[in-house]
Design a binder for this molecule. Sequence first.
Ligand code: SAH
Ligand code: SF4
Length: 358
Amino acid sequence: MNKIELIGLSKNELQKALVDIGEKPFRAKQLWQWLYYFGETDFEKMSNLSKVLRQKLAENFTITRPKVVTEQLSSDKTRKWLLEFADGQRVEMVYIPESDRGAVCISTQVGCAVGCKFCHTGSQKLTRNLTAGEIVSQFMVARDTYGEWPSPTNETRYLSNIVVMGMGEPLHNMENVVKALNILTDGDGIAISRRRVTMSSSGIAPRIVEALQQTGVRLAISLHAPNNELRSSIMPINNRYPLEEVLKACQEYQSGDGSRYITFEYLLLKNINDTLDCAHQLIALMKKYGLRASFNLIPFNPWPGCAFQPSSNAQVKAFAKELENAGFAAPVRVARGQDILAACGQLKSKKDIEDGKS
Ligand code: SAH
Ligand code: SF4
């Protein structure tokens, strides 16, 4: 009989798995705590369970972490892991520390089918979706590395935030992503607060509202252009879900709840989308849809073989100033971990690089 992997089961599924091996449902609560609060990977160490039960669990179940293939530490303390799953597929994960907190950037797919022209992951095509367990266990590896078990309750934890901004389009793998985010934010386990989780999407319009209703996390949209012509030329997904549809979904998400803020990510590509005319169009667009939003301006991070160049610092500043003058927050994202290719849009599975496909 094949053993069942426990990481990634919902609470109900865990209960059912226990009932199926003849155990009482209440055991699920204890086991959940061992898995996600203590981060335990060895059934033998689950000290409040009887020896007989521990043996039975080990006979029927597994608790798996992805294998850490490489781990690199940047000069700015950003850390990048190359992780490998049971079938040999790999993703990268990044930890970006701030002075009193830090965000773990997790992946949702191996590769990505959206194919944005500026993105290293997008040049890789989609290999497969990650399972809920594979998404959750990435974060668990980060906790293993930083020794943050049991789940810290205070606000000073290193791994305080999660950004779903690694490889893949989360809304193309919605079922697994929703399940994973609900496990990561469950108060009896890993307990990352929902408002400290941000999911970034390229704008799969029909799924935006539902995904947020089912998870309660924050939304970031990769906008990157103020009109359809320009957006489609760098993000082909815009042909399928044009700006109007994406922004209408954002409106619907905000309707009735004033606390829902949206971050629009805007990548600045030299002479493509960084003109002041683009900034003015962007402001007009925000006003037209009446969105409560802030911008996150992202300097372009080049990768081997890419066709774009980053905007000059002066241009980035001028662009930010236009938005700020119109009343929008528009901080410029500081690129972190560039010496280890850990910055936005640079993630890629090393296997491809080694195979010479990059
Ligand atoms: N697929 C999702 C989340 C992952 S990408 C999305 O597209 O939103 C996370 C962010 O990095 C997105 O805003 C993406 O547009 C941006 N990005 C992609 N390539 C980049 C690059 N080369 N330099 C800087 N940011 C990039
Ligand atoms: Fe996919 Fe996001 Fe990269 Fe676009 S930017 S190719 S959606 S990972």
